[in-house]
Design a protein around this ligand. Sequence first.
Ligand SMILES: [Fe+2]
Ligand SMILES: [Fe+2]
Length: 187
Amino acid sequence: MKAVENAMTADFLRSAYGGESMAHMRYLIWGELADKEGFPNIGRLFRAIAYAEQAHADNHFKVLGQQKGDFSVTSGGNFGVGDTVANLQGGIDGELHEIEQMYPVYLETARFQKEKGAERAFHYALEAEKIHAKLFKEAQDYAKEGKDMPLDTVYVCPVCGYTEVGGPVDVCPVCGAKHTVFKAFEK
Ligand SMILES: [Fe+2]
Ligand SMILES: [Fe+2]
């Protein structure tokens, strides 16, 4: 990916990097809490999605290229240690914010500024977050009944964060990576 040249897109990449980094850590924390609450599959779902957010942070960081100096980075992110139903709501809210507001705006800005690398990184994240919101909602429906979700192996594309339950697909439908590179989160 070519390094970013325009300041506005660079700001958005740094903010998105911060947001994805926090989401990665937050999902690991919530995953551990889900395990303790007796929902190992929901815990595993959190860990798989945490890995996808890491892939997004990785892309944003790399597109920024080499930059001198320190930056203060402002990123949205929710906080809270609740029960698994509440933590999944945090996940749903965060993903929906990314899907409905953050990434569409960032993506349009990258396009406007002809920042191809950033455009790709934002597109990858946006597509994965749509799947994440859906999976968290499914998990929450079970957790509300006091049940763990039934969950096959979760496969995550390390290139774009595309997340597939019960795959793997031959080729990543978002970025075209071969399934052999997917990371599997097995029972
Ligand atoms: Fe996500
Ligand atoms: Fe992919």
